[in-house]
Design a protein around this ligand. Structure first.
Ligand code: PLP
Length: 399
């Protein structure tokens, strides 16, 4: 049956791809050995440094984020190396499982799936590692399964306080271009990113932003790799080319996305995500439901995971929303299956799209007979309106 109007894709990635990016990709694929391609290549390779806020190279893979996870590990670590990872939720667990599969020895600091990583726990573990067996610390910046952020500056401080030489690797797949991130300032050695979340692109590109220290580690790294090799990328990348056929049309879109982010201003992009997250939490609190993230300092600005009361199935609720209101919400992953739903509020998103999203949630709660208090949407609207008034006032003051 025909679905009228536009689908609300409110999962925390892939996100809504703006028309401007779709138009930018709707071009004939060019010769990836031509001079024109070299210009595009340099534009996106350099442009991505402004998004990661880094001075070192950014490598771009025609792969989902999972590929860039693997690239980070196999370019820097040797078989059997110990890596310290932190259990923030489903995605950190997948990265840990991958480390095991490729022959590393991951150690998993236990978490409760309701908060970001605890920098003190990382510091204590590193202090105990006087032999410096641990070669890397890996954390997920924004844990997409729970809606909890790890303050990366605190993890950096923890590593420094312990006087430990381990590399710091960070997954920003669902935070890059949505939540403030600073590769160089925070001393991150490898940052992993993906195209389909804050960057507003379709799935299919992923990134490694790499420090000098990580490049030095790569020189002596004996892990098996071919497709993921930074070394093979670096040569052609210097003039904007790639060692194999790049995802040309996605790169057209990436160039457009970088321009759009700078036109808005990264600080404004982050403030917009903060505002939509705050409005969403006000709605959830007014509904009398529980936000999964239990640590307010770790609240995510790109998604909010919401717990349903005992005895109510989050998937039945999501089904009611999808069937009646043509909106997709994120499901609960692995041990959170059926217990939570996730509202994605990242990417190309504005106040009225959020208002529509929250309206769909409130109607869905009613349809699925979940006990809740009315007025969540109104609480969000009042907050958004007061913030908008604030902006207008600011403009007047500036005139
Ligand atoms: C989406 C996501 C991934 C997985 O990326 P794929 O593109 O599905 O391979 C990994 N980590 C985080 C934090 C994510 O949000």
């Amino acid at each position: 049956m025909r679905k009228q109007g536009r689908h609300f894709l409110q999962i925390p990635g892939p996100t809504n791809v703006p028309d401007r990016i779709l138009r930018a990709m709707d071009l004939p694929t060019m010769d990836h050995r031509s001079p024109e391609f070299g210009e595009l290549g340099l534009r996106v390779l350099n442009g991505m440094k402004t998004i990661f806020k880094c001075s070192g190279p950014v490598f771009i893979y025609p792969a989902s984020g999972t590929g860039a996870w693997e690239a980070a590990l196999v370019n820097t670590l040797n078989p059997g190396d110990h890596v310290l990872m932190y259990e923030t939720g489903h995605f950190s667990t997948l990265w840990k499982s991958m480390a095991l599969k490729i022959g590393l020895q991951p150690e998993f600091l236990q978490g409760d799936w309701r908060s970001g990583a605890d920098a003190n726990a990382i510091e204590n573990r590193l202090r105990d590692d006087t032999a410096h067996d641990i070669k890397a610390v890996c954390v997920v910046h924004n844990e997409t399964s729970t809606g909890a952020v790890t303050p990366i500056d605190q993890v950096r401080e923890a590593i420094d306080a312990a006087g430990h030489p381990a590399l710091l690797m960070v997954d920003t797949i669902s935070s890059l271009a949505s939540i403030d991130y600073r590769q160089d300032e925070w001393g991150v050695d490898v940052t992993v990113g993906g195209s389909q979340k804050g960057l507003m692109l379709p799935p299919g590109l992923s990134f490694n932003a790499v420090s000098d220290k990580a490049l030095a580690a790569a020189k002596t790294c004996a892990s098996m790799k071919a497709f993921w090799s930074w070394e093979d990328m670096a040569g052609p990348n210097a003039t904007g080319f790639f060692p194999y056929t790049p995802a040309t049309n996605l790169l057209y879109g990436l160039a457009e996305a970088i321009d759009m982010l700078h036109e808005e201003g990264l600080e404004n992009v982050f403030a917009r995500h903060d505002r939509h997250a705050e409005a969403t939490r006000r709605a959830v609190q007014a509904w009398g439901l529980e936000i999964l993230c239990s640590e307010p300092n770790h609240y995510s600005s790109s998604l909010t995971a919401v717990r349903l009361p005992e005895g109510h199935d989050a998937d039945a609720f999501r089904k009611a929303v999808a069937e009646n209101f043509n909106m997709s919400l994120g499901n609960g992953l692995s041990k959170l299956a059926g217990r939570v739903f996730r509202i994605g509020h990242l990417g190309d998103f504005n106040d009225l799209m959020l208002a529509g999203t929250l309206s769909g949630v409130e109607m869905g709660l009613e349809l699925a007979a979940v006990p809740f208090e009315r007025g969540g949407v109104q609480a969000a609207l009042s907050y958004l309106a007061s913030e908008a008034r604030g902006n207008a006032g600011g403009q007047e003051a500036a005139e």
